[in-house]
Every structure is written in C-alpha cells, then in structure tokens.
Write a protein that binds this ligand. Structure first.
Ligand code: SAM
Length: 368
C-alpha cells in the first residue's frame, strides 16, 4: 500500500473507530435538552453559549466544546458574535427538540442509555449469540421494561417517534390495500402494536375497518391514556371519530392473540425474537385467524449481497438487545412455513420497511 493510501484508509478507520463519540455527544445534547433551550431562548436566532449554559445549568466552556463539535457535524448552526460563538438550530438539531413532529429525542435517549450498555458487550455475544443486554442489565429486554417504568416510557415514545419520523406509519398503511385484500368491515389486530400509531393510520384508511391493539399490560395502559386521554390532540393519536373502532387488549402473544380477525399486523415484532419464538407466535396467530385471513409482517428485508443497508446494523442491535435478528425474504418464507403459513406477497413501502404478507397454508406443515 502506498503511503498516501495508508494515510487515507487510516483516517477513514479512525473516523469509524471513534464514531461512537458522535453518538455520545448527540445523546448528551438530547439528555440536557440543549435544542429545547436554544429554541426557547433564541426563537429562531442563534444564542450566546453562556446563555444556553445558564439555562440548562452546565459549564459554559464544556458546552461550547460540545456544541463546536456537533456544529462541525452539521448538528446546530454556529455563528460568530461580538461576545463569542452563538448557536442556533439546524434541520438536524430539530430532531433533538422534545415536541417537534420530527422529534427523535427519546430515540437518542433509548439508544444512548441501556442499549449502549448492551453494545459495549458485543464481543461476548459473539461466543453464544445470546443478548448481552440480559448480562448487562440483569433481565431480558421486555422484562426489564416491565420492571422499570421510566425507561419503558422512553422506549415506547422512541418507537412512536421512529414510526413517525423514519418508518412513516402513514406510508406503511398506504402501501397495502386493506380493503381490496380483506373487504369492508374487516378487523385488524396490531400484535405488539405499542402505542398504536400504525393502527390509527390503518383505521384512517377506511371508516369500516375495526382495530384491536394488542400488547403487554403496561404498554396497553399507556396506549389507552395516549388515545383516550386527548383523542386527536396529539398528531399521532386516533381521531375522535375513529376511536370507537379502536379497542385495546392486553396479553402475552406467546400465549394467545385475539381470535377470528381478518388481519394480524406485526410491525417490528419478529425482528425482536429468534426463529423458535417467532414460530410460536406465528403459529398462535395461524391457529385462530380466519381461514381467509392475512398475516402482515412489517420489517426491513435484508438484501443478500454486501451492499450498504441499515438493516445489517439493526441486525447486530437485535442480537445484543433482544436476541432477535433481521431477515431475508427467504428466511421469512421459512418462518411462515414452520408455523402453518405461506408467503403470499411482498409490498415495498417508501420507508426502509416492507409489508410481507402471509396466508394460511392449505395443508399445514407437520408439527406446526
Ligand atoms: C419493537 S416494539 C414495536 C412496537 C410497534 N409495533 C412499532 O413498530 O412501533 C415491540 C413491541 O412488542 C411488545 N411485546 C414484547 N413482548 C410481548 C409479548 N410477549 N406479548 C405482547 N407484546 C409484546 C412490546 O411491548 C413492544 O410494544
């Protein structure tokens, strides 16, 4: 390798090795509420760093160094001023605001807190492919959230934010023809539907659709508050006119799911679990769904080549956090087959997620 090539690859490598510095800095800005302070103080204009530091009670020089680094990455806007540098919001910084429609602030907290501890122990997950989350936090991912309401709220909010900003639930709901496939008056169960944003978007597609939001008890409590507390007030809650068609059911999907529905949506559920758990869950659905029903899995499809794809990184995240995985189309087909279902179609959405449709197998595989 020539000296020039070595310098260039070494520089690239060091940037990759230290990429977590960027995410720690973003996490810190999110945790401190820097973007909210800048907006409150500046109302669109850049603000002297001392003022921001006073507002959030941190050391001005430390904050100046944090903001200088983040501004160099395009997060925050730096302007010179007579009294030193001033900082304003850039389009990227708006994602760190707590109440912007594009907010990813809870996602920043979710990735930066417990999840980063699980990543820290990636080398040990290489030995047994078991989630290092459990070793680092003393409970499995969803069990931990059942015991820790604060982090659980952050996780549920982060899921809602990602559903709004990155995996647009509206775009996913419109990439599948619910009425064409299921007919009018169909019942759709959102299995592990979180706070129910996707289901609210589906119900808005047609006034005849009925929805059942199914999740763990603590999540269903939060979802009820979210939709019934101020229906339609939050931009993602069901509108009052749709609320009567939305019902809530708490339970464990490894034990049972609501019966006799026309469609079972599973958005970002199967990627949480290893194959044997997915087959149990899918078989529970196959057992009780209508014979003409559909299972609609909403997940990233991993391409088979070495092309750049965010799902390949998400796959590592699933390995360390929950013990789950991202899958190829062939891997989904095999999962369906082992649960008495068969792959019927793939519907791409403008997001990174596709709708993967399965129907009941005419002749279920033995043992399913
Ligand atoms: C990755 S989140 C996805 C949430 C939602 N579908 C979305 O895309 O925003 C996984 C969801 O599965 C739920 N969940 C996990 N284990 C469950 C179980 N055994 N029974 C029912 N729901 C469960 C969690 O509470 C959480 O809401």
């Amino acid at each position: 390798m020539s000296t020039a090539t070595t310098v260039s690859t070494a520089t690239t490598m060091v940037r990759m090795l230290t990429a977590y510095w960027v995410s720690r800095a973003l996490y810190t800005a999110a945790k401190l509420g820097v973007a909210d302070a800048v907006r409150q103080l500046g109302d669109g204009a850049a603000v002297p760093v001392e003022q921001i530091a006073r507002q959030i009670a941190v050391h001005p020089s430390a904050l100046r160094r944090l903001l200088r680094a983040l501004a160099s990455a395009g997060v925050f806007r730096e302007e010179g001023g007579p009294d030193g540098p001033r900082y304003g919001l850039s389009p990227l910084a708006e994602h760190l605001l707590s109440d912007a429609p594009c907010s990813l602030r809870n996602a920043a907290l979710m990735y930066g807190e417990e999840m980063s501890l699980a990543w820290h122990d990636l080398p040990s997950a290489m030995k047994d492919e078991l989630p290092s989350w459990d070793r680092a936090l003393g409970a499995d991912h969803f069990g931990y959230y059942q015991q820790h309401p604060g982090p659980a709220r952050i996780f549920d909010e982060a899921m809602k934010e990602l559903g709004r900003a990155m995996y647009s639930d509206d775009a996913i709901a419109s990439s599948y023809d619910f009425i064409g496939a299921l007919g009018r008056g169909a019942t759709v169960v959102d299995v592990g539907g979180g706070l129910g944003r996707l289901l609210a978007c589906i119900l808005q597609r047609d006034v005849s659709l009925q929805g059942i939001l199914f999740d763990l008890p603590h999540v269903i409590d939060g979802a009820r508050r979210f939709h019934e507390g101020s229906p339609g007030a939050a931009p993602v809650a069901a509108r009052p006119e749709h609320l009567s068609r939305l019902s809530f059911e708490a339970g464990n999907f490894f034990e049972r799911v609501p019966g006799a529905a026309d469609a079972y949506v599973l958005k970002r559920i199967l990627h949480d679990w290893p194959d044997d758990r997915c087959r149990t869950l899918l078989a529970n659905i196959a057992r009780v769904m209508k014979p003409s029903g559909r299972v609609l899995v909403v997940e990233a499809l991993i391409p088979s080549g070495s092309e750049d794809h965010f799902g390949k990184w998400l796959d590592l995240n699933m390995m360390v956090v929950t013990g789950g995985r991202e899958r190829t189309e062939e891997e989904f087909a095999a999962l369906f087959e082992g649960a008495g279902l068969e792959l019927a179609g793939v519907f791409r959405s403008p997001t990174a997620l596709s709708v993967i449709e399965a129907t009941k197998r005419a002749c279920p595989a033995r043992g399913a």
